[in-house]
Design a binder for this molecule. Structure first.
Ligand SMILES: Cc1cc2nc3c(=O)[nH]c(=O)nc-3n(C[C@H](O)[C@H](O)[C@H](O)COP(=O)(O)OP(=O)(O)OC[C@H]3O[C@@H](n4cnc5c(N)ncnc54)[C@H](O)[C@@H]3O)c2cc1C
Length: 305
C-alpha cells in the first residue's frame, strides 16, 4: 500500500513536538505529530515559568497548542504510540501500535524522558502535588516552607545552596549513606541543615499533601513539601534503535539545532537535554524545526532545479 510521503514525522506531542509542528506548519510543510499522550509531567496540576502560561495545567497547555495548530491544515495528529522506525534520510517509515504507517522525509524525536518507578513508600501519592523535582518549576509555591530534601553526595551539595534561595527551612534525608565528606557535612551543619541517613520508612500525606517523613530509626520530620532527585530513563528506545548516539544519562546526542548523529533525524526537548523545562523544550523544538525546514527547502530546491 502506498502512503503519502510527508515532510516530517514528529514523535511526541509535548511542548517540544508541538512547537516544532507550529514552525513547520507555518512553513507549509506536511507534518504528522504522533503522540501516545503519556508525558512525565502528567502527575502535576500546574506548569509554571512559561511566559504567558504560568500556572496552566499540562493538559490545558496541550489543548491550547492544538487549538492554535488547527489554523495550519498541513499539520495532522495521530493519537497512538510509535513502535518502530526504519528507513533513511528522505524516506523514513514510522509504524504505530494500532497499525498505522507514516512515511516522511525527516524525523523528529520529541519523546521526553520517563521516571523510573518511585521506590520510596508514599512518594507516588505526593509526586506532582507536594513533592517535586525542580525548584524553578515549583519552588515559589513552597517558599519559606519546611521542606525535606531527598538527595545525597555531590548532587546534594549542588541542590542545598540552590533550594536555600526559596527556603532556609529544610532537612536532608539521604535515605541511606549520605556519601558526603566530613568537610561537606560541616558545610551543611554551618548552614543549619540536618542530614539524616536512616532509610525512609514512609511518607505520610493526605490528599497528596505531605505531612511528615518517617525514618526507620523512628524519627518523624514534619514538612509541607519535598524535593527529590528522580531517576530518569529515556522516553523511548526508538532513537537508539535507528542508530542515534545516546548519552549514559539516556539523552539523545544533538548539535545546537537538534540534529542527531543520523542524517535526517532530529531530537528536541527533554529527550535531548539535561535542562527539563517546558519553555526550554518548546525553544529546542522550534530550533530543530527551523533546521529541518532549511534542509527540506534546500533538498526541494535541488530536486526541482
Ligand atoms: C512533576 C513535574 C513537574 C514539572 N513542572 C514543570 C513546570 O512547572 N514548569 C516547567 O517549565 N516544566 C515543568 N516540568 C518539566 C516539563 O514538563 C518538561 O520539561 C516538558 O514537558 C518537556 O517537554 P517535551 O516535549 O520534551 O516532553 P514531554 O512533555 O514529556 O512530551 C513527550 C511526549 O512524547 C510521547 N511519546 C514518547 N514516546 C512515544 C512514542 N513511542 N510514540 C508516541 N508518543 C511518544 C509521550 O507520551 C509524551 O506525550 C515538570 C516535570 C515534572 C515531571
Amino acid at each position: 500500500m502506498d502512503h503519502e510521503l510527508l515532510d516530517a514525522a514528529i514523535i511526541g506531542g509535548g511542548p517540544a513536538g508541538l512547537s516544532a509542528a507550529l514552525v513547520l506548519g507555518r512553513a507549509r510543510k506536511r507534518v504528522a505529530v504522533i503522540d501516545e499522550g503519556r508525558p512525565r509531567n502528567a502527575v502535576t496540576r500546574e506548569t509554571h515559568g512559561f511566559l504567558t502560561r504560568d500556572g496552566v495545567s499540562p493538559g490545558e497547555f496541550r489543548r491550547l497548542a492544538k487549538e492554535q495548530l488547527e489554523a495550519y491544515p498541513s499539520v495532522t495528529f495521530v493519537a497512538d504510540a510509535v513502535v518502530s522506525v526504519a528507513g533513511e534520510d528522505g524516506r523514513f517509515q514510522v509504524a504505530t501500535a494500532q497499525g498505522a504507517t507514516v512515511v516522511s522525509r525527516k524525523l523528529l524525536f520529541a519523546v521526553g524522558m520517563k521516571d523510573r518507578p518511585l521506590d520510596i513508600p508514599g512518594l507516588a501519592d505526593v509526586y506532582g502535588k507536594s513533592a517535586f523535582v525542580c525548584p524553578y518549576c515549583d519552588g515559589w509555591e513552597l517558599r519559606d516552607e519546611s521542606l525535606v530534601v531527598i538527595n545525597r553526595g555531590h548532587e546534594l551539595m549542588h541542590f542545598a545552596p540552590l533550594i536555600s534561595g526559596w527556603t532556609k527551612r529544610f532537612a536532608v534525608c539521604a535515605n541511606g549513606p549520605d556519601e558526603l565528606t566530613d568537610a561537606q557535612r560541616e558545610e551543611l551543619r554551618r548552614h543549619g541543615v540536618p542530614v539524616h541517613e536512616s532509610p525512609i520508612r514512609s511518607i505520610d500525606s493526605s490528599d497528596g499533601i505531605v505531612r511528615q517523613v518517617v525514618l526507620e530509626d523512628g524519627t518523624a520530620i514534619p514538612c509541607r513539601g519535598i524535593f527529590f532527585k528522580p531517576e530518569l530513563t529515556t522516553g523511548s528506545d526508538l532513537p537508539r534503535a535507528i542508530g542515534c548516539e545516546v548519552t549514559e544519562a539516556g539523552t539523545v546526542v544533538v548539535d545546537g539545532f537538534g540534529k542527531t548523529t543520523v542524517p535526517g533525524v532530529y531530537s528536541a526537548g527533554d529527550a535531548a537535554s539535561r535542562m527539563h523545562q517546558a519553555i526550554a523544550a518548546a525553544s529546542a523544538g522550534s530550533m530543530a524545526a527551523a533546521a529541518m525546514n532549511n534542509e527540506l527547502n534546500l533538498e526541494a530546491w535541488s530536486r526541482n532545479g
